[in-house]
Write a protein that binds this ligand. Structure first.
Ligand SMILES: Nc1ncnc2c1ncn2[C@@H]1O[C@H](COP(=O)(O)OP(=O)(O)OP(=O)(O)O)[C@@H](O)[C@H]1O
Ligand SMILES: [Mg+2]
Length: 455
């Protein structure tokens, strides 16, 4: 739990000292970036976040104290690293001002390397604690913020209100909406707000399971029920007993399974495949689909009775293009989310980018928006995302005339993996150089390397 190594920015104009301290800190497991001037240090601070800045005061050009003053002006307390200042002859006045500006500690030159290591350990531990605290606060906020569902449009406000309300009942709920509109998020909100929140929410993607297996997946089977059924298996309904079950892509159910589901909804009971005994269950059913079930009923592809059973409480999520007011808040939300994840310093998007994001039609809805922002944050080389940065890669999407065009690539994983591979190749396999090339910390790089199993 106590990870005591962090990312450290070290600034000193004396290269020999810089190298020696850098080596000692690296030996302790820290990621260290070295800067020979305050303005070099400043550049690093602009593109990357650090746990700790160790800065010499007396340097040609900008002094350490001036750098710290600058930081106090331009960075929020959350963005600012811990600061240790090195001085040869610190006057009381200097020390007083430095403390006021947020410097945590002083090292009087000459000092033992051990002293620095101890201070670094303490500073990094302090940052870890703060991060943990922030995480707990954000968890708590998530609870008050409808479990991460963001939106300020009238439509989303009504949906959230409705979801909170029906969470208190045990009614069946049908959530409809295009792909990526947030159906699963709403389902989770409902479960988390229900009296059954401590019981499981079991999710079944009906489209992902072959028709022949789905019945046994949902209702279970006894040994010998069919060829290959060598063991008795409990189905998802049995597992969800007392909690909720999310039946995703319900529009793909075969007629056989539809009938069985109808019976569960009506009688709260079912028989596992090949079983003689009937099982009772107490499960809240939340169904989701991006299809028009009513239309499927009229075509005879979906049972009318089942449709009405599911349709007791419908929740319809509008596509993002019909609630464009949500785009800016979602953009901010995803920028913050992925900034935190990658450890990069990203302040937001510029006006052109905001306009382009607002004008785009988002056929993949919120999921597509999130992927777009995530990719832009990962690849960003400046703290402000421009329209060009957002349109970096991928197939062209039809631009709205007169607006900066947005080119979108849907597969963020591919982009990230490619970026990793190319930077590593360019850096000749050196992780530090590769991280520098991408403007991310070595920690962030390690995260991605592990994620994509790149070596
Ligand atoms: N209102 C929202 N606020 C924050 N994030 C959202 C919102 N809506 C969707 N998302 C994000 O978009 C992604 C897609 O959401 P979700 O999986 O709930 O969509 P879905 O409607 O179930 O899509 P599909 O039909 O493809 O299964 C998720 O990563 C989710 O976190
Ligand atoms: Mg879904």
């Amino acid at each position: 739990m106590t990870r005591t190594h962090g990312s450290i920015l070290l600034a000193d104009d004396e290269e020999k000292i810089l190298k020696r301290l850098g080596r000692a800190l690296r030996n302790e497991g820290h990621d260290v970036v070295e800067a020979v001037t305050a303005s070099k240090a400043q550049q690093h601070l602009n593109t990357q976040s650090f746990d700790l800045l160790v800065v010499d005061n007396v340097m040609p050009g900008m002094t350490g104290l001036e750098l710290v003053r600058e930081m106090a002006d331009t960075m929020t307390p959350a963005e600012r690293p811990q600061i240790v200042m090195m001085t040869a002859h610190g006057t009381t006045q200097l020390v007083r001002e430095a403390f006021k500006l947020g410097v945590e500690d002083f090292l009087e030159k000459p000092f033992e390397v051990e002293e620095l290591l101890a201070l670094a350990r303490r500073a990094v531990a302090r940052v870890r604690l703060q991060t943990e605290r922030q995480y707990l606060i954000s968890e708590r906020d998530a609870e008050f913020n409808h479990y991460g569902i963001v939106g300020r449009s009238r439509a989303m406000e009504e949906i959230i209100q409705r979801a909170e309300l029906v969470a208190q009942t045990k009614s069946t709920i049908l959530i409809t909406g295009e792909t990526g509109t947030g159906k699963e998020m709403v389902a989770r909100l409902i479960h988390n707000r229900s009296a059954q929140r401590d019981m499981p929410l079991i999710k079944v993607n009906c489209a992902a399971i072959p028709e022949t297996l789905l019945e046994s997946e949902l209702f279970g089977h006894v040994r010998g029920a069919f060829t290959g059924a060598s063991l008795t298996k409990r189905g998802k309904f049995a597992l969800a007993d007392g909690g909720s079950i999310l039946l995703d892509e319900i529009g793909t159910l075969s007629t056989g399974v539809q009938s069985k589901l109808l019976r569960v909804l009506q009688e709260r009971e079912f028989e596992p495949l090949g079983a003689e005994r009937t099982q009772q269950v107490d499960v809240r059913v939340i169904a989701a689909t991006n299809r028009d079930l009513r239309h499927m009923v009229s075509e005879g592809r979906f049972q009318e009775d089942l449709y009405y059973r599911l349709h007791v409480i419908p929740i319809e999520l509008p596509p993002l293009r019909e609630r464009r007011e949500d785009v800016p808040v979602l953009v901010d939300h995803f920028v913050a989310k992925h900034r935190l994840r990658t450890g990069k310093r990203i302040d937001g998007v510029d006006d052109d980018a905001a306009q382009a994001l607002q004008a785009y039609d988002w056929p993949g809805n919120v999921r597509e928006l999130e992927n777009t922002i995530e990719r832009a944050v990962v690849l960003a080389t400046t703290p402000v995302l421009t329209a060009a940065a957002i349109s970096l890669l991928g197939a062209a999407a039809a631009p709205t005339p007169g607006l900066p065009s947005l080119r979108l690539h849907h597969n963020i994983e591919w982009v990230e993996r490619e970026t990793m591979r190319r930077s590593l190749a360019q850096a000749g396999g050196g992780k530090k150089d590769a991280a520098d090339l991408m403007g991310i910390s070595q920690r962030a790089l390690s995260y991605y390397l592990a994620k994509y199993r790149v070596d």
